[in-house]
Design a protein around this ligand. Structure first.
Ligand SMILES: Cc1cc2nc3c(=O)[nH]c(=O)nc-3n(C[C@H](O)[C@H](O)[C@H](O)COP(=O)(O)OP(=O)(O)OC[C@H]3O[C@@H](n4cnc5c(N)ncnc54)[C@H](O)[C@@H]3O)c2cc1C
Ligand code: SF4
Ligand code: SF4
Ligand code: SF4
Length: 401
């Protein structure tokens, strides 16, 4: 092993681990709470396979593009229940259902799933009934290493695979596979970064101590107020359910403001056009006047879908019957979602202080120090979730038809 990326560049994908013939590489959690690679030099036979497969060391170019323009859509799943349980407009579920229907029994969809121990890993699902396991955003790094070999085997057998993940995970998969496969479809989230596992655990410990029970599940993007004011829903083993807005939850607040992210995210080489995957999906923030979507539609979640090539366009066409949709302009998409073309800014001093403080201080003290709460925000905290919901809809009553 000559030159693997350093701690600032490594995306923690684990491809090097998977291809190393002597198993001399492994993951450890660094002091900031991010997955990092360590090696046992004695076992290394200097074959350089890890370097040849590491996505960060590849040129990052994609031959996955047509010269045609990208198609851009705003869309929303027509099924109310699926829409409610999806983080944006449920576009991802529509893609999966369309593929399951098209190639019955021959499709596996890989996506991020929250485990019982509250870690996140990629799993494969082959039936609509299992789709809920990978629906919804989990704002943690997902481990893809355990699915790589099965993806390759399925593709080699001519089966259809839809892989969804962060853009760096798409790059990692392409790098692992090396060959291109006609039956592989890829779908990436617009990604502003993944936060520290350590910060996540500290936040959880604090909430568990307050509620007096362990956390059994988390919905990182509950729409319990509305899509544009996301809350995080925590379910506890004693049956209690708690909702926190970003300003009431230091972990999520820091994630949204980009101060607890993996170092590689601040220099993300995948935050650019053209995109890497067949499809790029995200939240259509700041969508303007629309003949298709009412104010209330917009409060339930609108997906942004970019079809980046022929495969992406084929996927979108196949899923149209499950969607309400409207073509939009790429400039509008970028205006509401700048991470389509540039990485998040590194507020490095604040970040370093925060990630060191979470080890030393109680979470209440961390929150006091970093969650700067204005008078308006304090008022909204006093109003609580239900009060906020009532206030929000009263304020916007003129838009509700
Ligand atoms: C870490 C992260 C950061 C994001 N940042 C932005 C952003 O800045 N702007 C924006 O518009 N959208 C962002 N998104 C995407 C957005 O939250 C929605 O996931 C996306 O719009 C799809 O929503 P949906 O309703 O179509 O489907 P959903 O069912 O909500 O999407 C689920 C899909 O997202 C994938 N996914 C969920 N969690 C992870 C994870 N931890 N790692 C890899 N893949 C995951 C799953 O594999 C699954 O396929 C981010 C998502 C993640 C996971
Ligand atoms: S050079 Fe070969 S043996 Fe050494 S770490 Fe890399 S893959 Fe493993
Ligand atoms: S393959 Fe992935 S985990 Fe390994 S060094 Fe490269 S970026 Fe880091
Ligand atoms: S911001 Fe870039 S490097 Fe960070 S998780 Fe997202 S795609 Fe990967």
């Amino acid at each position: 092993m000559k030159r693997l990326p350093n701690q600032t560049e490594c995306i923690g994908c684990g491809i090097c681990l998977e291809v190393c013939p002597t198993n001399c590489l492994s993951f450890f959690e660094n002091a900031e709470g991010f997955r990092q690679i360590k090696s046992e030099e004695d076992l290394c036979i200097k074959c350089n396979k890890c370097e040849r497969y590491c996505p960060v060391l590849q040129d990052g170019k994609s031959d996955n593009y047509d010269k045609e323009e990208i198609s851009v859509y705003a869309c929303q799943h027509i099924d109310k229940e699926i829409l409610k349980n999806s983080s944006s407009g449920g576009f991802f579920s529509a893609l999966c259902e369309a593929l399951f229907n098209l190639y019955q029994g021959k499709v596996t969809v890989y996506g991020a799933s929250l485990q019982k121990d509250l870690t996140v890993k990629h799993i494969g699902v082959s039936f609509m009934e299992e789709l809920s396991l990978i629906r919804g955003s989990k704002y943690l790094q997902s481990d893809i290493t355990s699915v790589l070999t099965s993806i390759k085997e399925r593709l080699q057998n001519g089966e259809f695979v839809l892989f969804s993940g962060t853009p760096c995970q798409i790059a990692a998969l392409y790098s692992f596979l090396k060959d291109s496969y006609p039956t592989l479809f890829t779908c990436e989230v617009i990604c502003h970064g993944i936060p520290s596992d350590l910060h996540f655990r500290k936040q959880n410990e604090d909430l568990e101590a307050k509620v007096g029970a362990s956390i059994s599940s988390i919905n990182f993007r509950s729409k319990s107020i509305c899509w544009t004011i996301p809350t995080t829903q925590y379910c506890f083993s004693n049956g209690k359910v708690r909702y926190y807005r970003a300003l009431e939850n230091n972990f999520m607040g820091s994630f949204y403001s980009g101060i607890n992210l993996r170092p590689s995210c601040y220099g993300c080489k995948y935050a650019k056009l053209p995109r890497l995957a067949d499809i790029t999906m995200g939240d259509f923030w700041k969508i303007g006047e629309s003949a298709c979507f009412s104010f209330m539609d917009k409060e339930k979640g609108i997906s942004l879908a970019l079809c980046n090539n022929t495969k992406g366009k084929f996927l979108f066409e196949s899923a149209k019957y499950l969607l309400k949709f409207e073509p939009r302009k790429i400039e509008e998409a970028i205006r509401g979602n700048v991470h389509l073309i540039q990485p998040v800014k590194n507020k490095s001093i604040q970040r370093e202080c925060l990630l060191s403080d979470i080890k030393l201080l109680e979470m209440d003290k961390v929150a006091k120090k970093y969650n700067k709460i204005s008078f308006r925000k304090r008022l909204s905290m006093i109003m609580g979730r239900r009060g906020m919901k009532a206030y929000y809809y009263l304020k916007n009553i003129r838009h509700i038809k």
